[in-house]
Design a protein around this ligand. Sequence first.
Ligand code: 5GP
Length: 185
Amino acid sequence: MKLVVIAGPAGVGKGSLVKWIIANDPNFMLSVSATTRSPRPGEQDGVHYHFVTTERFEAGIAAGDFLEWAQVHNHNYYGTLKSELDRASELEKHLLLEIDLQGARQVQESHPEVISIFITPPSWEELERRLRNRATETESEIQTRLTTARRELEAANEFDFQLINDDLEFCAQEIIKIVKEAAND
Ligand code: 5GP
């Protein structure tokens, strides 16, 4: 079982990559994060996220339930539950963590053996286009995400691997290859 952090700016396609890997390789599973943000249309509690209240999240922090947590885009809490590690270890699967830069840094600190992968867009223009196409956010939310994205791109060299998400399937297969090589399986 390998712990794998997938980071990169919002809109870069981390979600689609992770989904592709889970659908195509049974040796991988996705860590289901807890968040205080509201579900988007189609998102299910316990599948995409554990949607919780701020009070509940803060109680989890106090109880030491989180492997890492952060306030993303300045307000909502997001975090990885330690119980996700136990779940992966029981199922003997590689655990994919799709988390932000602050969370990635915490995991690198506490679990130096983590495989950290940073996903970059083919270009800045492409990233902005993808973010706008998603159209689930207001203009001001999009601006916040773009600002965060610029800052995150500057941190790419803190990661073990950097991959350009130009072709979804190719990039997903690269991730699988990296993890399998590291795990010797
Ligand atoms: P979204 O609201 O679009 O689902 O996610 C917003 C950001 O939160 C993304 O950059 C995503 O990687 C990050 N995120 C999701 N789950 C976690 C988590 O458990 N921990 C941290 N630190 N960031 C997360």
